[in-house]
Design a protein around this ligand. Sequence first.
Ligand code: EPZ
Length: 429
Amino acid sequence: MDRIRISGGHELNGEIQISGAKNATLPLMIASLLSDETLTLRNMPSLADVNLLSRILGNHGVDMAVDGKRPGSSGGCGDTVHLTARTIVDTTAPYEFVSRMRASFWVLGPLLARCGEAKVSLPGGCAIGTRPVDLHISGLEALGAEIELEDGYVVASAKKGLQGGRVVFPKVSVGATHNVLMAAVLARGETIIENAACEPEVTDLAQCLSAMGARIEGVGTPTIHIQGVDKLHGATHSVLPDRIETGTYAMAVAMTGGDVELVGAREDLFEAATDILRQAGVSITPTNRGLRVQRNGSALAPVNVSTAPFPGFPTDLQAQFMALMTKAGGTSNITETIFENRFMHVQELARLGAEIELDGDTAIVTGVDSLNGAQVMATDLRASVSLVIAGLAAEGDTIINRVYHLDRGFERIESKLGNCGADIERLSS
Ligand code: EPZ
């Protein structure tokens, strides 16, 4: 298993190209199931999760070509991928796949809408919380699906097709919004989704579906109206820039000091995070190509943060911000409201010398003068990258184990940081 070695203490200077967003790419790829024509996606990130989803969709009958080559033969930023689901050959998503990537559960809505049936393994728990799927199921039932749970599978059918309905989510869920939205575009009549997720990735999916001929209004607000259509057609769509990758590199620069332009970044996608970083003493300014992040000598101020659905501070940046606050000049409270168990990075940050106490859903972080390199291991993607940020500022060598978590969501992280002056390398085993 690969590891990453970082020798801390180097400022970051230069530019980093922001990739297409992982969490937009996955539902966009799944949307290809809704049409027998080709969906072309541009600005696709090259990530382990994208490769895995390609295999999963291939199992359902989606044919994929990357710039004329087969998947796996090309990589790197800005790839264009053509997905064609001429015929759905299998409506079952087996445990072996769904247990490895939760987002693959989102094939349920599109398969049901297009084929009238789907059998999808329950995704099960994961390192950041129990993560149930009750909202996905109740949402699809509101569109007339009959759903049973059998031997760990969600077995759904709509023999006469889905019928538009009113879906009121008791809690904001990004995934359930994606799933129901993709089902509703091919349902008969009108669907109204209330308390829908407003995350930019939902908006990106809706824009792609609209380009494919779907009729959707109210996207980006908590109430989405969808008029079902008989058929979707092919389209070309460009994946929006990754706001979590943007925020992560902004926090890395905030941690080390320096001056980096995040090329392709869009501030409107993560204003809650830029506000917090500015309060911490970081300068963030728009440029023609993206955003410039600078911290020159000034100390980091402690800032309290509570995660919330968009436009609030994203849970996917909580671990990275905690890493940053370990070096702030004072105490900050970081509250996690989305997932009940997303503090797995705390004990690993403590190995590097961080002072963090947990009190229920709040981490109380007292800034220290210095962190010290150590061996660490992470249990999920964002926790892993928080250790990278801490390692960039730690004295001596930090070795991060289980790098496969990072590869799920960060494209070429060691070269992006290395090009800006970080002393970072991948140790292959
Ligand atoms: C998406 O997960 C993202 N994943 C997550 O990013 C992100 O942390 C999360 O949204 C919140 O922003 C992808 O886009 C691939 P949710 P999702 O349904 O859709 C509860 C990363 O690091 N809930 O919005 O699975 C749930 O337990 C990942 O890139 C139910 O109770 O998250 C949680 O407490 C990790 N019942 C809350 O809702 C349900 O049926 C929000 O989860 C569904 C969710």
